[in-house]
Design a protein around this ligand. Structure first.
Ligand code: HEC
Ligand code: HEC
Ligand code: HEC
Ligand code: HEC
Length: 368
């Protein structure tokens, strides 16, 4: 029983919580091999390794390396014996799929071209295995292109695709199939294998839709319900840790556009600063719903009338004028309102997030 990769969810903490549950359940289902998809690194390598260890997930991959050490991050291949036949299971990922993690920079991983990797590996694997199975996390077109170039693979299961392939398809002597995404389908392949040399002669495939006609397992269903209520608790606790109690009920944030018309010069400077893209920075990392990031990458988070996910407060994205100057409704011209801006920097530019911070040189970059 194999999976062709991308088990995990999107890059945000709620999905990370869900993926941990999926990993636990997948572990219990007793897979023989799981391919690495780029999504499986969404929460970083330490998270993946933790799941592998806790739930015995048989991940394998032959072309993703740690850039620093040059070592493969997962076992290069797996040997699984069933009914006297030894299956060599190998998996590759597409170098063109971008790996973005919530914890490390993309540069932490190097993805080798699959064709040369397999040409080198397959002869070695052939010595240990009767039948070779490739989990191609490449999508349908690139997997097919690869099979035209590389001989010696008996069966290829394609990942990173949203299509079922349930016809009996052979490419360059390799039997090919795939069952589509989101746990909605399960595929089965019967291989007809030559007794003498273990080569696959023919393939017969079938895809089952896991719809209403398939009964749910009562015990699993109960655990899914439990997981759902745990998720609600998790989200509630996270919000509660960041109450919106600072500031005053009487004051309001007016939003950056309210300052634009009267302070053209300041506006021009501000438009070109990194403060203006602070929200895009966390959104790129899938963390734009995380209170622990919103605190410093938005305006007035945790302040009454300040940033929240809901309209109209969600327009207070980024580090706007009022993140430093304070509630626009307090606007005064006697110098008092201005003074607090200077003291605001270190609320966000703390040691952990801005170790190089020095008022004079930083102010120089945004002065207006
Ligand atoms: C509400 C939080 C917050 C406050 C207050 C704040 N900053 Fe920032 N600042 C940020 C964030 C977040 C970034 C990173 C933005 C990005 O790149 O996404 C940043 C980036 C910067 C940068 C760009 C750094 C670089 O390497 O180019 C400068 C300069 C800067 N801030 C200066 C200041 C100064 C000076 C003050 C005080 C007058 C200040 N900031 C107040 C949150 C804040
Ligand atoms: C206490 C305030 C604070 C918190 C909390 C915070 N940041 Fe930042 N962040 C900053 C500041 C300030 C900078 C700019 C640092 C500098 O250039 O000196 C920054 C810079 C960054 C950068 C680099 C921006 C660039 O242009 O390269 C990234 C990425 C980032 N933050 C992501 C996050 C994420 C994700 C979270 C939540 C897990 C987070 N930050 C939480 C204050 C914060
Ligand atoms: C990162 C923090 C920060 C942001 C964002 C910011 N300011 Fe300021 N602003 C300051 C600081 C600090 C001063 C100068 C305080 C001092 O040195 O007296 C200042 C000064 C000013 C002044 C007085 C200038 C003068 O001639 O005395 C105006 C007006 C002003 N800001 C308007 C704005 C407007 C409008 C925006 C948004 C388009 C904005 N600021 C964004 C921190 C900020
Ligand atoms: C209707 C025009 C108008 C709008 C809108 C406006 N300001 Fe002002 N602001 C002024 C004038 C006029 C002054 C005094 C002259 C000056 O310093 O430029 C001033 C002064 C300031 C000062 C210096 C205060 C001081 O005590 O010296 C800051 C800071 C400032 N404005 C920020 C803002 C910010 C932030 C916004 C948006 C929330 C904003 N202003 C919106 C007209 C405006």
């Amino acid at each position: 029983m194999v999976d062709a990769g991308d088990l995990f969810g999107s890059r945000n903490k709620n999905d990370e919580f869900q993926s941990a549950f999926l990993a636990e359940m997948t572990g219990e289902m007793g897979y023989d091999a799981i391919a690495l998809g780029e999504r499986d690194l969404n929460y970083g390598l330490p998270f993946l390794k933790d799941m592998i260890e806790k739930h015995g997930l048989p991940y394998t991959n032959a072309n993703v390396r740690d850039t620093e050490t040059g070592e493969l991050i997962l076992p290069e291949y797996l040997i699984v014996e069933r009914s006297g036949i030894k299956y060599g299971i190998v998996s590759v990922m597409d170098p063109r799929h971008k790996i973005v993690t919530m914890t490390a920079e993309e540069a932490a991983f190097q993805v080798d071209e699959p064709v040369p990797v397999l040409r080198e590996l397959l002869p070695r694997l052939r010595k240990e295995a009767d039948t070779i199975l490739l989990l191609a996390h490449l999508g349908e077109q690139r997997a097919t292109d690869l099979l035209r170039e590389v001989k010696g693979i008996d069966l290829c299961v394609i990942g990173h695709t949203s299509r079922n392939i349930n016809a009996e398809r052979i490419v360059n002597d390799t039997a090919v199939f795939s069952a589509a995404y989101e746990g909605r389908y399960i595929g089965r392949a019967n291989l007809f294998v030559d007794d003498a040399d273990g080569r696959v002669m023919a393939i017969d495939v079938g895809i089952t839709t896991l719809g209403d006609k398939v009964d749910s397992d009562e015990e699993m269903l109960a655990r899914v319900e439990k997981y759902k209520s745990d998720l609600v608790d998790y989200k509630t606790a996270k919000r509660a840790a960041y109450p919106r109690t600072m500031g005053s009920d009487k004051e309001t944030f007016l939003g950056e556009r309210a300052c634009m018309s009267c302070h053209e010069e300041a506006w021009k400077v501000y438009m070109d600063t990194d403060h203006r893209s602070a929200f895009a920075t966390i959104r790129y990392r899938g963390q734009s719903f995380e209170p622990e990031c919103l605190v410093c990458h938005t305006t007035g988070f945790q302040f009454k009338q300040g940033y929240s996910d809901d309209a109209p407060y969600n327009k207070l994205k980024n580090v706007q004028c009022e993140a430093c100057h304070g509630y626009g409704s307090q606007h005064g011209r006697d110098g008092k309102w201005l003074a607090q801006a200077k003291d605001s920097c270190t609320l966000c530019h703390d040691k952990e997030n801005s170790p190089e911070f020095d008022y004079a040189s930083y102010w120089e970059k945004i002065k207006h």
